[in-house]
Design a protein around this ligand. Structure first.
Ligand code: SF4
Length: 292
């Protein structure tokens, strides 16, 4: 299998076959992200994809789930994704879901018909980097889309019958703004009804723009207590039925999975217990986080 440069996937895709269809990230401009900073974006050739699938068939011929790498693989046009999906089904016929990271703009660039065709070719469970439901926070993150795009494009995805997992960042709003961020983000989730939400925590990494802004005082990171209170408020406000809360990312201080609203009280108790047990010095600090 060919992999070029760094490869990231959600922890929940650990059992999926990783198939390279792009290198790097086509956007590569999010304020806080350094994942693909030094990698030139490129689309993998269909010949190489087929070669990898021939190899994959020998090793994992019964694969049920394929994760297309890298950073925003859904950036590929429908006319590129369709033959890739057809090849996957040809070589790995048991595949049930072909998934990948996606940006809101990647959805916007496809027609309703194309989204349905891709769904019919088993592309589903898109991991969409939404990060926040707060307009100002989203603008600072430089995701390249507006909040109204998140609402509109996720509605189109739902109409096409394609499930999505929304990715969100606690602490993304900075000091003193976590509760409002939780309120705005829960509003987005309740309106757009993801099948799951995956949560991480903001950190200032390497030479990211965020790290520079923290250094020069333009952005003040949230304290650990603020992050935990934001996490709690977020869980309190989610009203979608049977949404999986995926919170085991290593960057989070309190890690757990839950099904909401069923496990709401249990999840809140886990956070309350952590706040009670952690010492004040840690709760009022901003711990250094080393990777996303
Ligand atoms: S967060 Fe995602 S979309 Fe933004 S630069 Fe990093 S990999 Fe690309």
């Amino acid at each position: 299998m060919k992999y070029t440069g760094p490869v990231y996937r959600p922890p929940y895709e650990a059992g999926s076959l990783l198939l390279q269809v792009t290198v790097g990230c086509a956007h590569n401009r999010c304020t806080y992200c350094t994942m693909y900073k030094d990698v030139q974006f490129a689309a993998e050739s269909i010949e190489q994809v087929e070669k990898d699938l021939q190899e994959a068939r020998k090793l994992h011929g019964d694969a049920k789930r394929v994760f297309l790498v890298n950073g925003d693989a859904f950036v590929l046009s429908a006319s590129r994704l369709k033959p890739i999906a057809e090849l996957i089904i040809k070589y790995l016929p048991d595949v049930e879901v072909i998934t990948m990271y996606a940006s809101v703009n990647n959805i916007k660039s496809k027609t309703d018909e194309e989204l349905r065709e891709l769904r019919d070719l088993r592309i589903n469970d898109l991991w969409v980097g939404l990060e926040t439901g707060d307009e100002e926070v989203l603008n600072y993150m430089n995701k390249g889309f507006a909040l109204k795009d998140s609402y509109e494009q996720l509605e189109r995805l739902n109409k096409a019958g394609m499930r999505h997992i929304g990715i969100f960042i606690f602490g993304g709003a900075g000091r003193g703004k976590g509760i409002q961020n939780a309120i705005d983000t829960a509003k987005l989730i309740n309106a757009t009804k993801p099948s799951a939400v995956a949560v991480t925590t903001m950190g200032a990494f390497g030479d990211s723009q965020l790290a520079k802004d923290v250094e020069n005082g333009k952005f003040v990171l949230a304290t650990e207590l603020e992050v935990l209170e934001e996490q709690k408020k977020f869980i309190e406000l989610i009203e979608v039925e049977n949404v999986s809360y995926l919170g085991i990312h290593a960057i989070n201080t309190v890690t757990f999975d839950a099904l909401l609203p069923r496990d709401r009280n249990k999840a809140i108790k886990v956070i309350d217990d952590a706040i009670e047990k952690l010492d004040d010095e840690f709760l009022n600090s901003v711990p250094q986080r080393h990777s996303i």
